[in-house]
Design a protein around this ligand. Structure first.
Ligand code: NI
Ligand code: MN
Length: 230
């Protein structure tokens, strides 16, 4: 069986390729993302796109990708409504809300809390920002925190879902910085972390070197375009 591969595309954008061959994009801010590798700007296929919230640096190319590839788009109810108005097929918008799980061809997406603000890219209401726990067909669990500060209930996410890897923002300014992210990692109880939402723009000053994590936690120091096997 093939590996489950997570590739960082800069900022909060990721490509997740499951061992069963599903290709998933999370927060696909590709065009306009100064850190997105050139050869990742135009996806050649996309089974699923998951969007944590309506800000432009997360919705990114979602509408274009979904229209071109017929992707299912997982986003919270109100943001799904907005995506439908942009021309994403209603049949491809399962539209879950927090606490809910949708199964897209064997890959499960659970919507979890995030503390942030939100609107759709045109300023209309885009629902509350969220995080996702993604469970692949063979049971690999990845927690994408989305944009958020640290919050105590990350402990619940750790307890209930026991993610194999947590993908957390560390850049500061628009999200938590390294000090809060270090506590987030502790609360989640994860053994493996991928920092994101850093290094994209000058305002995002947090770096992986500033994380102070418990012994036994691996911080994956990816550069855009790098992958890990989950
Ligand atoms: Ni945001
Ligand atoms: Mn953001």
């Amino acid at each position: 069986m093939a590996d489950t591969t997570l590739t960082w595309l800069g900022h909060s954008a990721f490509r997740l390729d499951t061992s069963r061959g599903k290709r998933i994009y999370i927060d696909p801010f590709l065009n306009g993302n100064p850190k997105c590798p050139e050869d990742e700007l135009e996806p050649e296929r996309a089974d699923i796109v998951a969007v944590t919230h309506g800000h432009g640096d997360h919705v990114g190319d979602t509408v274009d990708i979904a229209k071109k590839h017929g992707s299912t788009v997982v986003a919270i109810v109100e943001l799904s409504g907005w995506l439908g108005k942009q021309g994403v097929d209603d049949d491809k918008l399962p539209a879950p809300n927090k606490g809910g799980t949708v199964d897209v061809g064997g890959v499960k997406f659970t919507v979890v809390n995030a503390f942030h603000t939100g609107s759709a890219p045109d300023g209309s209401y885009g629902g509350e920002p969220a995080g996702f726990v993604v469970t692949t067909e063979d049971g690999k669990k990845l927690y994408f925190a989305g944009d958020t500060c640290v919050f105590g209930d990350m402990q619940l996410i750790g307890r209930i879902y026991e993610p194999d890897v947590a993908i957390v923002p560390i850049g500061d300014h628009y999200t938590m910085g390294p000090k809060e992210a270090s506590v987030a990692i502790e609360l989640l109880g994860v053994k493996r972390v991928v920092p994101c939402h850093w290094g994209t723009f000058g305002l995002l000053t947090g770096t992986p070197d500033q994380l102070d994590v418990p012994a036994g936690v691996t911080v994956e120091r990816l550069q855009p375009g790098d992958s890990i096997t989950v």
